[in-house]
Write a protein of this length. Sequence first.
Length: 363
Amino acid sequence: MVENIQDKGGKGNDGVKADDQVNLVAFQKEHSSSIFGSGNGVIERQREDTKALEAQGALPTVQLDEQPEDSEAVDYSESTNTRHSIRGWIADQFASDDEREIIHDFNKLAKEAGHELLTDTQKLQIQNLPEDQKEMYRLTLDSLIDLKDGKISPADHMMNSLDNAVKLAEEYGREPGSWNVFKSSREQLFIDYVGLVMSEEPMGFINDTGRQLAGGGPHIAGSALETVYQAIVSDKRGAEGFNTNIADKNRSDTITHHFREFLLASYNTSKTLADIEAVIIDNPKKNPGDVRNAYYANMLGSALRMGVITPREAADMTRWAYTSHGGKQPPFGAENVDGNYLRPGKDFRIRDWLKAYREVDNH
């Protein structure tokens, strides 16, 4: 059975080393076939014929090409299971070169950040992503590598992800006004891309069912990107580069996963329900930044669903509202506004925010 096949030097279920199993099979007695002769006598004659042909120089010499000494072979087959599972074997055997590179680069980053490697299930999910989502995954991974190397801030990483989601949505999405039902709208693709790369990890059946009913829910392969991001910023860097009004009270926590969950919830259900969920999860007095983050994302998701705002405007307005900068500030200002901007029906109306943003954009 496949489950008994182990890595070289490993042991099967019967306690015999894999190398020994191969040797035992090699010396088992041959079975004869009435159609294809395979008995001992036939095998012996085949060996004698082969030796005779070799002596006559009739058999070509086959030599495997050796790698140059200065070349570095990259091992892409990294299973995270102690026993190489069926999923891991399939993932390693059938991955394309691009998929192998994604898996290798992620695992390299994960090791550097002290994070677990991709599971075999995550590897398989990556391989089965549509090509556009695979491209989004690759772009987000590149941004995380830049973040780990100190080239960008956590805020830059989030804005990179939103910008990449817009670019791919514009490339692969349905043109505005088009009746092409075979293409998803740009708004839907933007939501899908953000949902892929900013997903909180699974939280168990009950919690994840609740998340899905609310319009969100985890993406297993995508959650690897968010959790390795959390590992990178775990030394209180979660709010670095962000406007403090939407920062979590825990500065090691990320702003992205909360933004994503409520963006999806309001897009897939309604702003009113998502606003209620925001205060069920967080107390506005104890963690106002998280609540504002949710209210803003709810406003944005609802506006995208209704076609009030384009993905490009959504990304650009979020950069203006969420990042620390010296220009004209968003409605809630540049720094913590204790006790203010916590009324979703009054403080987070899309027309007010769009008006303020467009005034800045037109200058």
